[in-house]
Ligand binder design. Structure first.
Ligand code: GLN
Length: 454
């Protein structure tokens, strides 16, 4: 099989299913085919080949790609063609992966269903009446539908793990700092991480390997060793100590979801691991903390979209102030405006101490909850989401219910630790995900446990 065959397969499959799934916003077909031909010339030679040689990959549309449209699924960037590549794109280039296209998402990664895209509705390949999750819904759906074997998503509060769970694929949020954020359009900079979505844990480890490592262009990328993740997939979990937070199996978590976690724990026990119930007492404040901090950061990050420097510019303006106001009023969607208003309020003088500063303090307490558990345990295990995928339209009118979707994933971003979602069963024909959370920079152990389910 040649690289051109692989790329062909990918576009053929997209042709067959994407009018229903609608995962892709932009295709990179011409360049992908040229690149495939280049790589085919290497086949059968002794030339060294990249880690992802010839592998088709889809990219979430908030990762900037040189000359390839990058919209963040927002009207405000509808016609934006970046002049540079994100660091992860350089790394994929070195690994010789092939970019197939850009994937749909919630506008600026704000949402849990991909229904906040300004352009199209992505559907869950398992049941087209349900959402794929979000905000990396396109990235998860494309892998689940067999359009691409690999994709990149971003996760600020669950946006890789929750859609992976809903679509029955493997999604990892790396440790904060493991992967460079340079060229990821910022939502909440202290929480955002790019991560891999794949069908198997092994593929996931390969993709993380390719994109990890310190980057001079991102001062928050960490100068720590990148271990060989694939080599950690030994299948051996004997002696591992697992913590199961009681808060993750409490009220609001669906019975079948709880059952699937109990089954997974039994499997791990049979393989020689042990588990105990623990408590993360500050979890109940995670949602409030997250929405204060992430919205505050978003209000600052999104100030740059003013109609002067990037993308859309309102034609209905006489003065500079009108230009700013109308561009933003016409360009941003509802949810994005809601976050900007909340964040601007929380950061305003007089309220800063009461909200933003308080939330920062609570974040530290949440982080300490995790650190304490990791003094005695290797990983934390629980569900990824309280329920399986919900129906399109079901939660969109009620932001609070939508926000509750990420109640089990958000604490992980606040603590900065790595977390994966792996498929662990079905409920009414819809996939369920098991979440495995590890110590800072210990993706290896997370993968090792996840691999036990394949
Ligand atoms: N659903 C969460 C939000 O809307 C998480 C989004 C994300 O991780 N990008 O903020």
């Amino acid at each position: 099989i040649s690289v051109s065959d692989l790329v062909d397969e990918s576009y053929k499959r997209i042709g067959q299913v994407d009018d229903k799934v609608q995962a892709f916003l932009t295709l990179n077909e011409e360049k992908a085919r040229l690149k495939a031909k280049d790589l085919d010339d290497k086949l059968g030679t002794n030339e060294s080949k990249g880690l992802l040689f010839g592998m088709p990959i889809g990219i979430k549309d908030n990762i900037v790609t040189k000359g390839l449209r990058t919209t963040c699924a927002s009207k405000i960037l509808e016609n934006f063609d970046p002049i540079y590549d994100a660091t992860v794109m350089h790394r994929l280039e070195e690994a010789e992966a092939i970019t197939i296209g850009k994937l749909n998402m919630d506008e600026f990664a704000m949402g849990s269903s991909t229904e906040n895209s300004s352009f199209q509705l992505t559907r869950n390949p398992w049941n087209l009446e349900t959402v794929p999750g979000g905000s990396s819904g396109g990235s998860a759906a494309a892998v689940a539908a067999g359009e691409v074997p690999f994709s990149l998503g971003s996760d600020t509060g669950g946006s890789i793990r929750q859609p992976a769970s809903f679509c029955g694929v493997v999604g990892l949020k790396p440790t904060y700092g493991r992967v460079s954020r340079y060229g990821l359009v910022a939502f909440a900079s202290s929480l955002d991480q790019i991560g891999p979505i794949t069908r198997t844990v092994e593929d996931n480890a390969y993709l993380l390997q390719a994109i990890s490592g310190v980057d001079p262009m991102d001062s928050t990328s960490a100068n720590v060793d990148v271990p060989n993740f694939v080599r950690s997939l030994t299948g051996d979990v004997k002696g591992l100590k697992i913590a199961v937070p009681k808060e993750y199996l409490g009220e609001g978590v669906n019975e079948e979801v709880k059952q699937s976690v109990m089954n997974a724990l039994q499997t791990l026990e049979k393989l020689g691991a042990t588990w105990e119930e623990v408590s993360l007492p500050h979890s109940k404040y995670a949602l409030a903390t997250y929405y204060l901090l992430s919205s505050s950061e978003a209000s600052a990050n999104l100030a740059r979209f003013d109609g002067v420097r990037y993308g859309y510019r309102s034609p209905n303006a006489e003065t500079l102030m009108e230009l700013y106001k109308n561009t933003r009023a016409e360009g941003f969607g509802e949810e994005v405006k809601r976050r900007i208003m909340l964040g601007t309020f929380a950061l305003s003088s007089g309220y800063y101490d009461a909200y933003y500063k308080k939330a920062q303090k609570v974040r530290t307490l949440i982080k300490q909850d995790f650190e304490k558990i990791f003094e005695s345990y290797d990983v934390i295990v629980g569900p990824t989401t309280p329920t399986p995928a919900f129906k399109i339209g079901e939660n969109i009118a009620d932001p609070m219910t939508m926000y509750l979707n990420d109640i089990l994933t958000i604490p992980v971003n606040l603590a900065g630790v790595p977390g994966i979602s792996v498929p662990c069963g079905l409920s009414n024909g819809l996939p369920l995900g098991l979440q495995i959370i590890g110590k800072h920079f210990d993706e290896s152990t997370v993968y090792r446990v996840a691999h036990a389910f394949e």
